[in-house]
Design a protein around this ligand. Structure first.
Ligand SMILES: [Zn+2]
Ligand SMILES: [Zn+2]
Ligand SMILES: [Zn+2]
Length: 83
């Protein structure tokens, strides 16, 4: 599964480049194929996420390379639970 970062998030429908956007409202919960679901790990860096442009304390847009899996702690894009 590969994602490209689009200018518009396919989940929340917001323009990723828009400086008014603080979080991805559609990415608060990560659902796994085994039917478990965990709260998404928010971006906690200094300044906006360099990949998906959300503010600190916000949920990444799905597909962000810097989002961490709440289940295993690996980057979500490389998480084996989601393959
Ligand atoms: Zn989004
Ligand atoms: Zn991000
Ligand atoms: Zn994982």
């Amino acid at each position: 599964m590969t994602f490209a970062l689009f200018s518009t998030c396919g989940f929340c429908g917001q323009d990723i480049a828009n400086p008014m956007i603080t979080t991805c409202a559609q990415n608060a919960i990560i659902e796994f194929p085994d039917d478990s679901a965990l709260p998404a790990i928010k971006w906690t860096g200094t300044g906006r996420c360099p990949e998906c442009n959300v503010q600190p304390g916000g949920n990444h847009h799905p597909g962000c390379q810097l989002e961490i899996c709440p289940k295993c702690g690996d980057p979500l894009e490389q998480c084996m639970d989601l393959q």
